[in-house]
Design a protein around this ligand. Structure first.
Ligand SMILES: [Zn+2]
Ligand SMILES: [Zn+2]
Length: 309
């Protein structure tokens, strides 16, 4: 039998969240050379020794499959082959003079664009060996040199060996009616609410729709105290992404009075050096609330021992 919760659960607006994954990208020799030379205002491509095809940006392997390529400096002027407008930028496929493929890059500035239009490179004043040292392409001025053939090339600097980059995933986290009511009660009245399973009588915190002890639907909201018992702890010494504070600190599993499940939170007010010997499961703890509550488990700043050691 399905039992609806006995009060109306609140559905908070979604939380904005971002997962950020910083990493270093190794571009390889060809792309590394292309990017490094942009800082010297040179566009570097490759010429295949077998088919003579000139490709830009520089490639490690020709599109014919041959891997004996030589670097060449190609013209910084070319012809617009096609373009697409986006809300924040316009991208174009540009056939640089003497090349056998198109370069995808930005069209720079607020201009009227037309297929077949002559373009010239537009450079950053503060190069950093990255793709946007070449800001993009703009309509060719009177002085633009046309038809320059790819020329022999001597590197002016080391290829870029790696570059800092970051993958960011923006998403909205929907609290849903169960977490929604928990967080809303925490925010508005500093009250912690679990939900009781009508079958096995477990009180689940955080509240949820299905009991994970007996798999029945839960139904009755239940108050849970902000005091409880230390069940286990870890002393965190390592830094990792997503940490809310710098190590070292104590991470504790706490069973709040009235709940049948544990939550994990910080335990403060304990000397880190002494903690391994002196902290024991079974010790009583209490929540320390933040002065300003926003509706999350972070509204509890941390836990501390009721009887200090
Ligand atoms: Zn080739
Ligand atoms: Zn149950």
């Amino acid at each position: 039998m399905h039992l609806a919760p006995d009060t109306v659960p609140l559905d908070l607006p979604p939380l904005q969240s971002t997962i950020a994954l910083p990493y270093r990208l190794t571009p390889g020799k060809a792309t590394g050379t292309f990017l490094a030379e942009l800082a010297a205002r040179r566009i570097v491509g490759t010429r295949c020794r077998r088919c003579q095809r000139v490709e830009v940006p520089a490639q490690d392997v020709c599109s014919c499959g041959h891997d004996e390529l030589e670097f060449v400096a190609v013209s910084t002027a070319g012809t617009l082959q096609s373009y697409t407008r986006m809300p924040d930028k316009t991208l174009g496929l540009i056939r640089l003079d003497g090349c056998d493929c198109d370069l995808l890059h930005r069209l720079h500035g607020d201009h009227e664009w037309a297929v077949g239009q002559r373009l010239q490179a537009c450079w950053s004043d503060s190069p950093q060996a990255q793709a946007l040292d070449l800001l993009g392409f703009e309509p060719a001025g009177q002085g633009a040199v046309a038809g320059l053939a790819p020329a022999a090339f001597e590197a002016s600097r080391e290829p870029l060996d790696s570059m800092a980059t970051e993958l960011k995933l923006h998403y909205q986290h929907a609290a849903g009616p169960y977490y929604g009511r928990l967080f809303d009660e925490m925010r508005t009245s500093g009250r912690i609410m679990g939900i009781r399973c009508s079958h096995c009588q477990s009180t689940l915190l955080p509240p949820r729709e299905l009991c994970d002890v007996c798999y029945e639907r839960t139904g009755t909201w239940a108050d849970v105290a902000d005091t409880g018992v230390l069940q286990a702890f870890s002393i965190i010494h390592l830094k990792f992404i997503g940490q809310r504070r710098d190590p070292p600190y104590v991470y504790a599993e706490v069973m709040l009075d009235g709940a049948s499940t544990k939550i994990i939170h910080m335990l403060d007010g304990v000397d880190i050096e002494a903690a391994p010997a002196r902290l024991k499961p079974g010790m009583r703890v209490k929540a320390v609330w933040k002065a300003e509550r926003k509706g999350s488990l972070d509204d509890i700043s941390h836990f501390e021992l009721i009887d200090p050691i």
